[in-house]
Design a protein around this ligand. Structure first.
Ligand SMILES: [Zn+2]
Length: 283
């Protein structure tokens, strides 16, 4: 539709020229800052993210898996069957889900995202997570990104978990909008909020890399707290913790404990990649 503004005098033309110049400059800046290389093998790619070969090498996690921990099973034992880990050493969080196995490809992807400033990977990673955590997200009241200690966040300039939570929140909303339009339900829009201030990392813990499972648990003990201004977002709510990687589960466990202590109704965990030590047989 034509508006009067578009044809009125010389000003819009000049504005358009300036906008064009800005776009050109900005485009150039973006091109220089983000060479389109595969995040894993550094081959040039047309689109942001991974090349086709590395994409094919990613190991997506799909059912059958342990209902609680999301650890893939070698065969389908039927619904509701748990892994040995879930029974022997149940975590504080209710369920965990992950998009992919934490293998060599996933590791380079996460490292490019976290340490290589490849922030353009967040939408793709978040979309895969939203897909893997569909059931958890459909029952959730809010997302809680695993926080960094302020000193580490200051050094890195961003919290990768918060970026992923942002993407997932939008994914869930857009899916809901679609289903709402399909059945024209008159419910008011129920968006999935991100509770950025629900958790605080009060202890600057050393990196978990290279630590044993018990050392990891000790490392993060008491590291997380729900601050007074975060309590309202936690009490009585069903929450989904968001992080990039789950290794021993110690960090997620410490976060879940803090949230449950503050009165959360339920805490689930959703990560991009999780360590899976070999294939599992169900009990
Ligand atoms: Zn590649």
């Amino acid at each position: 539709m034509e508006t009067g503004l578009a044809t009125a005098g010389p000003r819009p033309t000049r504005l358009r020229r300036i906008a064009g110049a800005l776009r050109a400059t900005f485009g150039l800046v973006v091109d220089v800052a983000l060479p389109q290389l595969c995040a894993s093998c550094r081959e040039p790619v047309g689109d942001a993210g991974l090349c086709a070969a590395c994409w094919a090498r990613l190991s997506f996690i799909a059912p059958p898996y342990c209902e609680r921990l999301g650890i893939p099973f070698t065969y389908d034992p039927g619904p509701g069957i748990l892994s040995m880990e879930a029974i022997a050493d149940p975590p504080a969080y209710h369920r965990a889900r992950a998009a992919v196995r934490y293998d060599e490809v996933a590791r380079t992807l996460v490292h490019a995202f976290k340490y290589g400033d490849r922030l353009e990977l967040a939408p793709t990673m978040g979309r895969w997570m939203a897909n893997a955590g569909r059931t958890l997200l459909s029952e959730a009241d809010a997302l809680v990104p695993v926080p960094l200690h302020w000193r580490r966040q200051w050094a890195r300039r961003f919290n990768q978990s918060a970026l992923l939570a942002q993407v997932i929140s939008k994914e869930v909303i857009s899916k809901e909008v679609i289903s709402k339009e399909a059945n024209t339900a008159g419910n008011e829009s129920s968006t999935l909020p991100v509770a950025y201030n629900a958790l605080r990392r009060v202890k600057a813990t050393p990196q978990q890399v290279g630590l044993s499972q018990s050392a990891r648990a000790q490392n993060v003990q008491g590291a997380f707290r729900v601050p007074p201004d975060g309590k309202a977002a936690v009490a009585g709510r069903r929450l989904v913790l968001i992080d990039d990687v789950l290794t021993s589960g110690a960090t997620m466990d410490a976060c879940a404990r803090a949230l449950l202590r503050a009165g959360a109704a339920q805490v689930d965990a959703l990560v991009f990649a999780r360590v899976v030590a070999g294939a599992r047989n169900p009990i």
